[in-house]
Ligand binder design. Structure first.
Ligand code: XMP
Length: 204
């Protein structure tokens, strides 16, 4: 007989599902769902006000993949969807990670309203680079949307038009965000236990 999942009424669903490697859940599944629906509604009405019937959404992979798939399903306009793949690498001369575009999107952006979507705005380097790259393709408009914004970490000045939540300077995982490629599948966003940041302990 299949083992039944026990449900304790003393715990929230979030605590019930909490991954053993997670220290604190900062944004629960419910908070994220609620905020993402609000953002989709705002985006829909803002572009309707602009007179746009179609929006091209460009997600930055891998981190934005979960967020953008939820966001775009709430947008009530005709949508086109594409991705750009970006990686961050460390340069000897720079204390911060520098982004590098690994794969461009395939859709043409000229004459289109474009919304660039990322999981988190941190130093601002990734979105600055991509904004410059996408603007060179002559879209009618280009706005940016992020779920999380770590304003205190900015190195390159950058403001996103749409922000889900402000975040202090803490490293977070879940809902698409990873640590050494793990934890993207968590439905909430949280901080990692300090002992799990040492990947040599990952023999499981
Ligand atoms: P920049 O610094 O270019 O960076 O604005 C954006 C990228 O940095 C990564 N990043 C994080 N990834 N937890 C993560 O899993 C974090 O707390 C975090 N802060 C920054 C992320 O890949 C993002 O696209």
């Amino acid at each position: 007989m299949a083992k039944q999942k026990s449900i304790s009424l003393n715990h929230s669903p979030e605590e019930e599902l909490a991954h053993p490697d997670i220290e604190n859940v900062l944004f629960s599944r419910e908070q994220i769902n609620h905020r993402v629906i609000e953002m989709s509604d705002t985006i829909t009405s803002d572009y309707q006000t602009l007179g746009a019937t179609e929006l091209t959404i460009v997600g930055i992979t891998n981190g934005a993949v979960v967020f953008v798939s939820d966001l775009l399903r709430g947008v009530r306009l005709h949508t086109r969807f594409d991705t750009v793949r970006v990686t961050s690498y460390y340069d000897y001369d720079s204390p911060v990670a520098l982004p590098k575009i690994l794969a461009q999107g395939k859709l043409r952006l000229d004459g289109k309203h474009v919304l660039l979507v990322d999981d988190i705005l941190d130093t601002g380097n990734t979105l600055s680079l991509l904004r410059k790259t996408l603007l060179a393709q002559n879209p009618v408009s280009l706005r940016t949307c992020v779920l999380l914004d770590k304003k205190s970490r900015r190195v390159t000045p950058f403001e996103a038009e749409y922000v889900g939540f402000d975040l202090p300077d803490v490293f977070v995982v879940g809902y698409g965000l990873d640590y050494a490629e793990r934890y993207r599948n968590l439905p909430y966003i949280g901080t990692l236990k300090i002992e799990r940041r040492d990947t040599s302990s990952w023999d499981d």
